[in-house]
Write a protein that binds this ligand. Structure first.
Ligand code: PLP
Length: 348
């Protein structure tokens, strides 16, 4: 049997817009979602997302009211939380303590050494769920990496299966694999897979090797960032552009100002080496400082109606999200999740 999908749409669906992405996925048969915080789950529910929603972050007492109000499934790593979960339900629903409560996901730490109970703590956690009549939707673990050290990933998966396999006979589902794990084939025979970045066609890191893996299975970036300049003008030679006067026009130059800045996720380090392109692919350098709400670009046209790619939806252009991640010595996750909510998003 094929694993079902838990679509990871935390951090505004990696910048792509979580409500719209969830609705699009729901319309295409996806019924399970994961976000990082209870607040993100509440936003999905308020906007009509109906499926199962798991809160990935290790939930704390303060998250319980939101989880129960919006039917969000918490990820549980310790017994204390289970007690709070049960108490809250009891205190707010006026039910007997033996009534079945909303279910939870149990997370087991099999080598990431972050969230999750230790494997040896799992039996007492399971017992606590039984004592408190809390049903368990599933048990999960998370890989610390899946590309470079397959032996380690295999060890993590084996430990998870040794610890949790027996729960399947009690109806508890199992899941382990994120995008890299799925592409490498780890844990895809379990009940769920949990792709995040691959949904958006972005690679887990900008290296050529990783990009090739994503391309070879037919993925491509879903997102492009387009903008028109808010103003285009000719500046005389010697004009000094932007904060800190870092760029001086050598001759008369056409400078376009775009209402985009680091507050939108256009990183300030792109003040050096940043570039955009027109629709035909001609490239134009970002000059002067990237400021909070504006960038300045040396153009060759005074036409303020021309549309430009701020980020191109491929893996290879200098202004693709992948290459920008490489330029900034980071990973595509950080670039995508930096794209601010104030950017209007259009879905086609
Ligand atoms: N599963 C868990 C527990 C995660 O925290 C994440 C993301 O961080 C994912 C799955 C999805 O990972 P990726 O975006 O690498 O596919």
């Amino acid at each position: 049997m094929c694993a079902d999908v838990i679509a990871v749409i935390k951090a505004n669906a990696y910048g792509h817009g979580s409500v719209e992405i969830a609705k699009h996925l729901e319309n295409n048969g996806v019924s399970h979602f994961a976000i990082a915080t209870a607040g993100e789950g509440g936003e999905l529910r308020r906007n009509g997302v109906k499926g199962f929603i798991q809160v990935f972050g290790s939930c704390v007492k303060e998250d319980i009211a939101v989880c129960q109000e919006f039917h969000l499934t918490p990820t549980v790593c310790c017994q204390e939380f289970l007690q709070h979960w049960s108490d809250w339900f009891h205190n707010n629903n006026n039910h007997s303590s033996s009534q079945e409560k909303p279910w939870v996901v149990i997370k087991v730490d099999c080598g990431m050494c972050r969230n999750g109970c230790q494997p040896e703590q799992l039996p007492e956690l399971i017992q606590k769920c039984k004592d408190l009549h809390i049903p368990i939707h599933s048990a999960m673990t998370h890989f610390s990496q899946a590309w470079d050290d397959p032996e380690f990933t295999k060890k993590q998966l084996d430990l998870f299966l040794q610890t949790c396999r027996h729960l399947r006979s009690e109806g508890v589902k199992l899941h382990a694999s994120n995008s890299a794990g799925i592409i490498q084939g780890f844990g895809i025979e379990l009940d769920f897979i949990r792709p995040g970045i691959a949904i958006y066609g972005l690679p887990t890191d900008p290296s050529e090797e990783t990009v090739n893996k994503f391309q070879s299975i037919g993925l491509k970036p879903a997102l492009s960032w387009l903008a028109k300049p808010s103003l285009v003008k000719k500046l005389p030679p010697g004009s000094v552009v932007g904060y800190d006067q870092t760029y001086q026009c050598k001759k008369e130059e056409i400078i376009g100002t775009f209402s985009i800045g680091y507050a939108d996720g256009y990183n300030r380090h792109l003040s050096t080496n940043g570039m955009i392109s027109n629709i035909s692919g001609d490239q134009y350098p970002v000059i002067g400082r990237v400021s909070m709400d504006a960038i300045t670009v040396r153009l060759d046209s005074l036409d303020s109606n021309q549309v430009y790619y701020i980020m191109k939806d491929d893996y290879v252009s200098g202004h693709s999200l992948t290459k920008i991640a490489a330029e900034l010595k980071t990973i595509p996750y950080e670039i995508g999740t930096s794209l601010s909510k104030r950017l209007p998003r259009v879905y086609i």
